[in-house]
Write a protein that binds this ligand. Structure first.
Ligand SMILES: NC(=O)c1ccc[n+]([C@@H]2O[C@H](COP(=O)([O-])OP(=O)(O)OC[C@H]3O[C@@H](n4cnc5c(N)ncnc54)[C@H](OP(=O)(O)O)[C@@H]3O)[C@@H](O)[C@H]2O)c1
Length: 171
């Protein structure tokens, strides 16, 4: 695999939803992409095929990210979001001297994902009404933020969190 930027992106959970959109966008921006999945091999292979058909480079790799002890214990906290933000700041501190940036992208509700599929229409409409930009996020909105952080445009942002929620909550 040789991407045009020389960068390789490992996108965990890239067989569907936000991860699949992120994999496609990073590949379109010239990165080689590893499309990680847990069970959905066919879907992951479809993402790879789409990327290759568009002239990009990708490969699908099955792995359970929960096998990493740190990730597992973080999820078992029930405060995963806060723990992840704190963990990212710690990593940013530790890895900064090596030129590695660590940032968090925090989406609000995202359309066209499995999670969105379980919401009833009334709930969805309440969420839209509470969003200043007047719609829910799409997977591509989240992918844009990830692509910024992962690309060469981000030289000096580390330890930050980007919320992608159309203003549904502001802090
Ligand atoms: N959708 C939303 O509204 C929303 C809002 C805020 C935050 N988020 C967060 O954003 C992330 C992606 O959400 P999504 O809606 O795009 O999810 P999704 O469509 O359900 O996709 C989840 C992806 O993660 C993979 N996956 C699940 N468990 C895994 C594991 N243990 N190891 C490796 N891969 C695993 C799945 O692979 P398989 O298909 O192979 O199982 C799939 O590719 C999640 O962390 C979610 O909590 C989502």
């Amino acid at each position: 695999m040789t991407g045009t930027t020389g960068r390789t992106a490992l996108v965990t959970g890239a067989s569907s939803g936000i991860g699949a959109a992120t994999a496609r966008l990073l590949a379109a921006r010239g990165m080689r992409v590893v499309v990680n999945y847990l069970r959905s091999r066919t879907a992951a292979e479809e993402v790879v095929a789409d990327i290759e058909a568009a002239g990009g480079q990708a490969m699908a790799v099955q792995a359970d990210v929960r096998e990493a002890a740190a990730v597992e214990s973080m999820i078992a906290l029930g405060t995963a979001k806060a723990a992840l933000t704190q963990f990212a700041r710690y990593l940013a501190q530790e890895l900064g001297p090596r030129g590695i940036t660590v940032n968090v992208v925090e989406p609000g509700p995202v359309e066209d994902t499995r999670m969105a599929g379980v919401l009833d229409e009334a709930h969805r409409q309440r969420q839209v009404a509470a969003t200043p930009l007047g719609r829910l996020a799409r997977p591509g909105d989240v992918a844009q933020a990830v692509a910024f952080y992962a690309g060469e445009d981000n030289a000096f942002m580390t330890g930050t969190t980007a919320t992608v929620n159309g203003g549904m909550s502001m802090y």
